[in-house]
Design a protein around this ligand. Structure first.
Ligand SMILES: [Ca+2]
Ligand SMILES: [Ca+2]
Length: 321
């Protein structure tokens, strides 16, 4: 074989071997990592979040187990037609807002475009962004925008994460909208270790087999966020609601949420009043122990049942989240 042809054959072999696609999505995994790092959003999380920071999960397990609450972000990259979606997950050990639950998977996504589908990382440009908030619940307030609206065409956008519930917002003022249960003040910039690529459902990367754990909605969130319908809704100069449920019903829940806060306060006051009453009348109770004690117990039990009924009613509005 002539020397030149031999050299070319060696070069092609080396070039081919350098591309790795371990998650089988047709994208070089090195390009996926480069895009994840280039477009990584800047997250602002609550300094007083009851679960601390986004979690790093223990690698290699079939279910998610928190290894450290160190601000780790997980990435997901897939093709969307000729474009590429980059998705950023902040995973938590628990949702510790009202009606909280163990494990919490939240995310932000970007849609990237380049002149040709095999362009290197530096030639891709963001054209749209999406932030998930209470996804697939009646209180959903996920938002989307053209990247130019967020001034985030060549890098990631700023994102505010609500305290305890971990909903993601491009504008912290939106925390008070929807069902009204979110708080985005006292937030601080998140410093994360190197982003970890999740890979794909069925072909996880970096020990993330736990992504398919059935008791949290992570694998289902690997679906594309940028549908033709959503892209058609985007406005030249403002954020839009993506998949928002009935604003009227969310208003009802917002009122119920306020009522729930009042009931919480009322319950605490009732308990305190009963405590004070029991203390101040200790001598009298000593004389009429059974009757007074029973009356206080009945009163406390009735108050408790009333609060339980109110809580169940509001919980039904929230759909359990
Ligand atoms: Ca790949
Ligand atoms: Ca991928």
């Amino acid at each position: 074989m002539p020397l030149l042809r031999l050299a070319c054959a060696c070069f092609l072999a080396v070039g081919f071997a350098a591309a790795t696609d371990a998650d089988g999505d047709g994208l070089d995994d090195a390009l996926e990592q480069q895009l994840l790092e280039r477009f990584q959003p800047t997250l602002f999380v609550s300094a007083t979040d009851c679960d601390g920071l986004p979690a790093e999960m223990t690698p290699g397990l079939g279910e998610p187990v928190v290894a450290a609450r160190n601000g780790t972000l997980y990435g997901h990259v897939i093709r969307n037609g000729a474009r590429i979606e980059v998705r950023y997950f902040h995973l938590w050990g628990r949702d510790c807002g009202r009606f909280g639950h163990a494990l919490d998977a939240e995310h932000i996504a970007g849609l990237l475009e380049a002149d040709h589908p095999d362009a290197p990382a530096g030639e891709w440009k963001a054209i749209a962004w999406y932030a998930g908030a209470h996804e697939d619940t009646m209180c959903e307030l996920s938002t989307a925008a053209k990247a130019s609206v967020l001034r985030a065409e060549h890098h990631g956008p700023a994102v505010w994460v609500s305290n305890g519930k971990h909903a993601s917002y491009f504008d912290p003022k939106h925390c008070a909208a929807g069902c009204g249960g979110d708080v985005c003040h006292s937030n601080r910039r998140l410093r994360s270790p190197a982003i970890v690529n999740l890979g794909e459902a069925g072909k996880p990367l970096n020990g993330t087999a736990w992504l398919q754990y059935s008791k949290w909605p992570l694998a289902v969130k690997l679906r594309p966020d940028f549908t033709a319908e959503l892209l058609a809704q985007l406005e030249p100069r403002s954020l839009v609601a993506a998949r928002r449920k009935s604003p009227a019903m969310q208003g009802v829940v917002q009122v119920s949420n306020t009522t729930m806060n009042a009931l919480d306060a009322s319950g605490r006051k009732t308990g305190n009043a009963l405590d004070r009453s029991a203390s101040n009348t200790a001598a009298a109770v000593a004389d009429a122990t059974e009757r007074t004690g029973s009356a206080v117990e009945r009163s406390a039990a009735a108050t408790g049942r009333s609060l339980d009924r109110a809580a169940r009613s509001v919980r039904r509005f929230f759909g359990g989240k």
